[in-house]
Design a protein around this ligand. Structure first.
Ligand code: C5P
Length: 224
């Protein structure tokens, strides 16, 4: 499931960022390509804002029959995901796996996707792609001076896809929607999702500088 109902404009341009062109194609197209191409994934649902008029401007037929569009985006990312999970509940069983992936992560590689699916396997809880923190971390005072250095040991940057069973994720998101990722909602249930090691190539595009880097990764071939 790919929530794409955001209006993210920090990246610049006239269009919501999921439609920003990267290597000649909309960002979301790259984000869903690896999912549509994977023989392990049966269906790909894109969650759009109800009044999205841009999706139809592009031709999606090359991605095949797995792809379906749901026009049930919500006010927040978590709302969009929950609405999407509810919309597919007639065709997705409670114990089926769902991978939630951001439209703003266009560089997901087949190797990263396969590692997530293989390592989560039949895990009780589920898991996410994440990168170990590489930088030294500073905690700031309100005046933007360094209060102290925070140990980066055991710290990870959460990425997507995030893989959970439909029933668990639906329950988690309906209980706590003030979360910035699916794992956060599952953690709030007292569960501990698995971290599957990824790397910085699966970056989230937020600012204009991210576009340059994402395009470079796409043109040079996605990382392992
Ligand atoms: O803005 P941000 O980068 O956090 O968005 C992450 C993903 O969530 C994007 O794919 C965006 O389109 C999606 N989103 C959504 N519904 C919202 C807000 C964001 O589907 N209301």
């Amino acid at each position: 499931m790919v929530p794409a109902a955001g209006t993210g404009m920090r990246v610049g341009g006239d269009l919501p960022k999921q439609y920003h062109l990267l290597a000649g194609r909309p960002m979301i197209r790259h984000a869903i390509e690896a999912l549509c191409a994977s023989p392990r994934i049966q269906r790909v649902f894109v969650v759009l804002a109800e009044r999205d008029e841009i999706w139809e401007r592009f031709d999606w037929t090359e991605l095949g029959v797995k792809l379906s569009v749901l026009r049930c985006g919500g006010a927040t990312r978590a709302d969009s995901v929950l609405n999407g999970l509810e919309a597919v509940s007639a065709v997705v069983k409670a114990d089926d796996w769902v991978l939630v992936h951001d439209a703003a992560r266009p560089c997901l590689s087949t190797a990263q996707l396969d590692a997530l699916i293989e390592q989560v396997g039949e895990d009780e809880v589920g898991g996410i792609l994440a990168a170990p923190v590489a930088d030294t971390l500073k905690l700031s005072t309100p005046g933007r001076r360094i209060e102290r250095t925070v140990s980066r040991e055991h710290l990870w940057q959460a990425q997507t896809p995030q893989m959970f069973r439909h029933g668990l994720l639906r329950e988690a998101l309906s209980r706590s929607r003030i979360v910035t990722d699916e794992a956060g909602a599952v953690e709030a249930l007292g569960r501990h999702p698995l971290l599957v090691a990824s790397d910085a190539s699966n970056l989230k595009v937020t600012y204009p500088a991210d576009l340059v880097l994402a395009e470079k990764i796409l043109l040079e071939g996605k990382g392992a």
